[in-house]
Design a protein around this ligand. Structure first.
Ligand code: NAD
Length: 482
């Protein structure tokens, strides 16, 4: 496969070769087979996209908002029609199962539907008589050229959190997708073009760090939406802000799932297993630490262990697979190293699943750790793989304290039948997205999506009305007629 195709960037409505010559291999995580090569675009490639976006912006901005919304509805129809194709592309290059991939495309469709409500959500406000005969109105206008920098784990959903909302608000958009899932990004770009979005309004620039740094340095980019790991998020946030850009940077996670003694284990355990091991643990909302409030520990660990031993790990596209591969062989090694660290730190391996050998793809046997202590590094650091740690505590108060000790604060859940416990949890937990008897508390696209603390740098969250605020500037006009 030495001749695997080098992907092209999509700029000004055309597919073009990147000027940068360096490329990166894109393997299928299920087999290691080479799928394509992605160009590592540089400053010249980014500049070309920014110039196209800048040129397209004035006419797009003046296109009536209802027309812009109709293009998003057209995109929505195309996404629906190509749902299976997009899902298969995700299975191929990301290693999710088909069900997981379909579900994630569906979430992206939801975000596109929400974007189409811009004629309502972009509305401003008017107040008469702020002084005698003087009125004040607030209008929202686009910010200009916006860039979206996305991670590998949701190749359709996360670009669709950003692009439709940014575009419908009248901005021109540049997507810099993860270099590890570029094929799905290209499929998405083709659909955006087909939806009647004019040339230059949506551009796709492949690449990695260099492309990101060129975006952050470019004076023509007014705002940056980022989703990815904590160190990159911090870098993007600091650099974009230092360069005078508006920025929102969603980062890593270490999500805690509190299980109360009165929890319905029959229903809670499947939800916990699916949260921790679904998508091989490569979800920013994945449950990573179970905080078991005694005396539930023994019964809970026994059931979780049984579940872990029964998880079918294998090729993402195979019918029986419940847990696919992780994204790359170096990531596989990192996760295995974390498991070794957990054992070294004195955690008990309560269950270890089985997985195909490394020669077939990037498979990791799922692991359940019991008797983990909050100070262990496996309880603190993001592992982003199929590893779940159980910490046992004596009370809800202690469970909340352990959860809040995390430097991350993306999501947290409680499993209980007690409304008072759920209320206490909701009131005290320091995280952005909470679940009550829900393992993956992902907000629907019409609500804001982001964490707290080390899981988020910025103020306006992704999606929902926050996204409309992020992708627009407010202008306030005070009027008096003589
Ligand atoms: P990543 O940080 O490696 O990459 C994200 C993006 O940043 C990619 O486009 C990549 O090309 C770019 N990038 C990587 N290193 C860079 C560098 N040094 N300088 C500039 N740009 C760089 O993240 P990933 O591995 O693709 O994604 C997984 C991470 O994303 C996890 O930490 C996960 O928790 C997080 N995530 C968070 C959310 C959320 O909503 N908070 C959602 C999804 C994923």
């Amino acid at each position: 496969m030495a001749d695997a195709a080098v992907l092209e960037n999509y700029v000004d409505g055309s597919w073009i070769r990147a000027e940068a010559r360096e490329t990166l291999d894109v393997p299928d995580p299920s087999t290691g087979a080479l799928l394509a090569r992605v160009p590592l675009s540089g400053a010249a490639d980014v500049d070309r996209a920014v110039r196209a976006a800048t040129k397209a912006f004035p006419a797009w901005r003046e296109t009536p908002v209802a027309d812009r919304a109709r293009r998003m509805l057209a995109l929505r129809e195309l996404l629906e029609r190509h749902l299976d194709e997009l899902a298969r592309s995700i299975v191929l290059e990301n290693g999710k199962t088909l069900d997981e991939a379909r579900g994630s495309v569906r979430r992206g469709i939801e975000a596109t539907e929400f974007a189409a409500s811009a004629p309502t959500t972009m509305q401003g406000s008017v107040l008469e008589d702020v002084a005698r005969g003087i009125d004040t109105e607030l209008v929202r206008q686009p910010v200009g050229v916006v860039a979206g920098i996305t991670p590998f784990n949701f190749p359709v959903m996360i670009p669709l959190w950003m692009a439709p909302l940014a575009m419908v608000c009248g901005n021109a958009f540049i997507l810099k997708p993860s270099e590890r899932v570029p094929l799905t990004a290209a499929a998405l770009a083709r659909l955006v073009g087909e939806a009647g979005v004019p040339p230059g309004v949506f551009n796709l620039v492949h690449g990695g760090r260099e492309a990101v740094d060129a975006i952050l340095a470019h004076p023509g980019v007014q705002a940056v939406s980022f989703v990815g790991s904590a160190p990159t998020a911090r870098h993007v946030y600091a650099t974009a802000a230092a360069n005078g850009k508006r920025v929102q940077a969603l980062a890593g996670a270490k999500n805690h799932l509190i299980v109360m003694p009165d929890a319905d284990l029959g229903k809670s355990v499947p939800a916990i297993l699916s949260s921790a091991f679904g998508q091989a643990g490569e979800r920013c909302l994945a449950g990573s630490v179970v905080v078991a409030v005694e005396p539930v520990g023994d019964a809970l660990v026994a059931r979780l262990a049984e579940g872990v031993r029964g998880l079918a790990v294998g090729r993402a596209g195979a019918e029986a697979t419940r847990v696919g591969p992780v994204i790359r062989s170096d990531h596989r090694q990192r996760v295995l190293d974390w498991v070794a660290t957990g054992e070294r730190e004195g955690a008990t391996v309560a269950a270890r699943g089985s997985a195909p050998g490394a020669e077939d793809g990037y498979y990791v046997p799922p692991v359940l750790f019991d008797r983990v202590r909050p100070e262990m590094s496996i309880a603190q650091e993001e592992i982003f793989g199929p590893v779940l740690s159980v910490i046992r505590v004596r009370s809800l108060a202690e469970a909340i304290e352990v959860t809040n000790r995390s430097r991350f604060g993306n999501a947290a859940s409680i499993f209980t039948r007690d409304g008072g416990a759920a209320r206490e949890f909701r009131y005290r937990i320091e995280a952005g997205m909470l679940g009550v008897n829900v393992g993956v508390p992902a907000p629907a696209a019409y609500f804001p999506f982001a964490g707290w603390k080390g899981s988020f740098f910025g103020d306006l969250h992704a999606t929902g009305r926050d996204a409309v605020e992020f992708y627009t500037r407010k202008k306030v006009v005070t009027t008096r007629w003589f």
